[in-house]
Every structure is written in structure tokens, then in C-alpha cells.
Design a protein around this ligand. Structure first.
Ligand SMILES: [Ca+2]
Ligand SMILES: [Ca+2]
Ligand SMILES: [Ca+2]
Ligand SMILES: [Ca+2]
Length: 302
């Protein structure tokens, strides 16, 4: 609106001064549209480019007005434009390495902490809440829980790696107010992400022989070191190294076993007349140190 200061010549010219910074309209973020209405001349300031609170929070525009006199007179006014934050940024998860948790640990054991960042400038547009996606495709949903505020993930069961060694868990993050993005139906901005949680092995299973009884024959005059038989045991645990040892039945020290391979060999003189049959030798495999589990009670041999 104006008063030109010149009688019978109300014409004025408005200009938006282009400043030297983005805040002072260097990039023509705003433009000015002059308009006459009811004998007044108006200067409408309009938005030329989309505004982003997260980029620039306020502008400082200078408007110059000049009259149409022989000697042009001018005056300037400053217009402050303060932006208001809308909820247009989506929380984004920060990337993480693969996560693991040990099997056999109690319910409530901490697994990891997910984190999402929302770049909106103000609360609650930038407040992030975490959840576990409640969907049939979310394999891990019954096995883990998440702290809504902190993103910390805890176990809800005691895991057994020998049953299942990894879970895909879908987590979500949403912000704290209705989204300003199109088609959001009044819901907050939400993002979901799958994380893979590996179950790490404990030595909680005893080794077992592939046969209950091994039998072999050997000549009484067989050489020392001659391999009579090799016994093999298996172990469901991933990292168990099996070692073999003779615990009884080995009268006179006639035999010995290779700790690592289970090969039983002649270690001393054999005498058929004294002992026709060596009963055993009984060789328990073992994984030192053996951790006993409730599911497989096992007592290391005497
Ligand atoms: Ca947001
Ligand atoms: Ca925003
Ligand atoms: Ca084992
Ligand atoms: Ca195990």
C-alpha cells in the first residue's frame, strides 16, 4: 500500500532488492508482484521456490518503493519472514553392522540398539519412536522387543543356535506428529528396516559317537603304532573341537588313542594268551571346556 507523496500522481514502483545471501533473497526465493486495487498499489510477496525450514529458518527481505516524480524519491522497508517447521522429514535409520546375541542367555538380554535420525527442526516433528513391525512376514517379531524411546532391542526368549541360527527382524521408526507429506492420512512419517540378528554359538551340546559299539581285531604280534581302528564323534555345536581319550578297559596300556583324530593304535605288547578280548577301550569324546545344558544333561566321564 502506498502514498506516493505527490499530489495527483499516485504511481509508485516497488522492487524487491536482491541481497548477497540466501536469507536476503540472493537466489530469488521470493518475488514481488505489484497490484492495484481500490486506488491503492499493493506489493504482494510470493514464494518462487519451495521453502525448507531445515535449510533456512528466516528471511530478511528489503523492499524499495519509488515514486514517479521528476526527482525520484525512494524509501525502503524490511520484511522479516519467519518459517514454521512442518513435519516433512522422515526418520532415517543409521546403518549398522550385523548383530549377534549368544544362545542360552536369559530373557531380556540386550542385543543391540537401532537409531534413526529425523532432520526436522522442531519437536515433535523430529521426535523418533521405535517399534517392531507386527506383520506375519516379520520372522523375529515374537522373539525380540524394542524400547520405544531408546531403540534398544532385547531378547524375549532363550535362543538355541542349534535350532535356528539367525532371525530377520523388521523394526520401524516413526516421528511424533502427523506428516506434512502428501497422502499421509494424518499419520506420522514411518520407515521400516530389516536387521539380521545372528545367534552365536555356545558349547552346549555333548559330542556323540556315530556308533554305540566299535569292534576290531588285531594280531597279537602287531607292531607298536599300528592303527587298529578309528572312532569318530560328532558335535552339533559349531565351534566344538572334539578330543579323544581312553578312560577305561585299557589293561596294561596296550592301546592308545590320538587325541585329535580318534585313531586307536597299538601302544604296548599284546598277548593273546593273557587277554583274548580287550573290552573297550571306552573312549569318550569331549569338548573342553564343556558347558552343561538343561536340554542335554551330560556328565563328563570320570
Ligand atoms: Ca519428521
Ligand atoms: Ca520440517
Ligand atoms: Ca559341544
Ligand atoms: Ca551350541
Amino acid at each position: 500500500m502506498n502514498s506516493s507523496g505527490i499530489e495527483n500522481n499516485p504511481v509508485v514502483f516497488y522492487r524487491l532488492i536482491r541481497g548477497s545471501t540466501a536469507q536476503t533473497n540472493k537466489y530469488d526465493t521470493f518475488y514481488l508482484q505489484q497490484r492495484s486495487d481500490n486506488g491503492h498499489t499493493w506489493a504482494d510477496i510470493k514464494v518462487n521456490h519451495p521453502l525448507d525450514y531445515e535449510n533456512i529458518k528466516e528471511y530478511n527481505l528489503t523492499i524499495r518503493v519509488e515514486n514517479n516524480g521528476v526527482q525520484q524519491l525512494a524509501s525502503e522497508a524490511t520484511v522479516y519472514i519467519v518459517l514454521e517447521d512442518v513435519n516433512d522429514d522422515i526418520p532415517l535409520f543409521t546403518e549398522r553392522e550385523q548383530e549377534t546375541v549368544l544362545e542360552g542367555e536369559p530373557i531380556g538380554t540386550g542385543v543391540t540398539r537401532v537409531n534413526a535420525i529425523d532432520k526436522d527442526g522442531t519437536f515433535p516433528n523430529n521426535q523418533v519412536y521405535y517399534g517392531i513391525v507386527d506383520s506375519p512376514r516379520n520372522e523375529g517379531k515374537d522373539y525380540f522387543e524394542i524400547n520405544e524411546q531408546t531403540g534398544e532391542i532385547f531378547t524375549k526368549v532363550v535362543f538355541d543356535r542349534e535350532k535356528q541360527a539367525a532371525y530377520a527382524l523388521e523394526v520401524e521408526a516413526h516421528d511424533g506428529s502427523p506428516s506434512a507429506r502428501p497422502n499421509s492420512n494424518g499419520l506420522p512419517n514411518t520407515v521400516t528396516k530389516f536387521i539380521r540378528i545372528g545367534i552365536a554359538d555356545k558349547n552346549d551340546n555333548p559330542p556323540f559317537f556315530d556308533k554305540a559299539l566299535y569292534e576290531a581285531e588285531v594280531d597279537e604280534n602287531e607292531d607298536i603304532q599300528h592303527t587298529v581302528l578309528t572312532v569318530t564323534a560328532k558335535d552339533l555345536d559349531e565351534s566344538s573341537k572334539i578330543r579323544y581319550e581312553i578312560t577305561r578297559g585299557n589293561l596294561g596300556g596296550a592301546f592308545a588313542v590320538k587325541n585329535m583324530t580318534g585313531a586307536i593304535y597299538v601302544a604296548g605288547p599284546l598277548d593273546y594268551e593273557t587277554r583274548k578280548r580287550v573290552s573297550g577301550p571306552f573312549i569318550p569324546p569331549f569338548n573342553p571346556p564343556f558347558i552343561q545344558s538343561g536340554r542335554h544333561p551330560y556328565h563328563p566321564p570320570e
